[in-house]
Design a protein around this ligand. Structure first.
Ligand SMILES: O=P(O)(O)OC[C@H]1O[C@H](OP(=O)(O)OP(=O)(O)O)[C@H](O)[C@@H]1O
Ligand SMILES: O=c1[nH]c(=O)c2nc[nH]c2[nH]1
Ligand SMILES: [Mg+2]
Length: 164
């Protein structure tokens, strides 16, 4: 069992549009020295942000917690493990991730870089207070499906699913 009962698939187009909306909001709050992406989910948003905001200095914090490959295993959080950090307190830097869920990852990176501006595309209520700027809120029982985790496949008609 997981706490997630809803699925929220996100297309590349929607992700791109949301990342550009986030870029607008962050541009207004600059200037910025650079971007620190939280791998791996923060990498695609970071690429879009640095293009839109003309930022050339990009670093990473490499951290893992949800380590299953698919299905329910991917929805269970384990111990947080930091594989690589960054020097300094993060002042003047945007710290970017795809989402906050429980907020455990956000709390960890905030402890590491207390002066960085923490931004995400999506935020769930439990993690929202830890984010400085985000674009879209989704409910806590929703699992967001990012385009890099999906492929086109046959979709069973709703009536057939209903009949079962
Ligand atoms: O708010 P939390 O409950 O801590 O969850 C949010 C984190 O979980 C996901 O990363 P994940 O650990 O799955 O690794 P990945 O980015 O490499 O896919 C997501 O990209 C966030 O970094
Ligand atoms: O792809 C993902 N979708 C989510 O909703 C989520 N929450 C934590 N980690 C996550 N990864
Ligand atoms: Mg992540």
């Amino acid at each position: 069992m997981t706490p997630y009962s809803k699925d929220f698939p996100v297309s590349w187009e929607e992700l791109h549009r949301n990342a550009r909306a986030l870029s607008w909001r962050l541009l207004e709050q600059g200037p910025w020295k650079g971007i620190i992406a939280i791998t791996r989910g923060g990498l695609v948003p970071a690429a879009i942000l640095c293009r839109e905001m003309d930022i050339r200095l990009i670093d990473t914090i490499c951290i893992v917690s949800y380590s299953g490959d698919a299905g329910e295993a991917a929805m269970k959080q384990g111990e947080l493990s930091v594989l690589k950090g960054v020097e300094g307190d993060g002042e003047g830097f945007i710290l970017i991730d795809d989402l906050v869920d429980t907020g455990r990852t956000a709390q960890k990176v905030r402890d590491m870089l207390p002066k960085a501006h923490f931004a995400t595309i999506y935020a769930k209520p439990a993690g929202k207070p830890l984010v400085d700027t985000f674009v879209t809120e989704v409910s806590q029982d929703t699992w967001i499906r990012f385009p890099w985790d999906m492929e086109y496949t046959f979709s069973t008609p709703l009536a057939d699913r209903h009949a079962k």
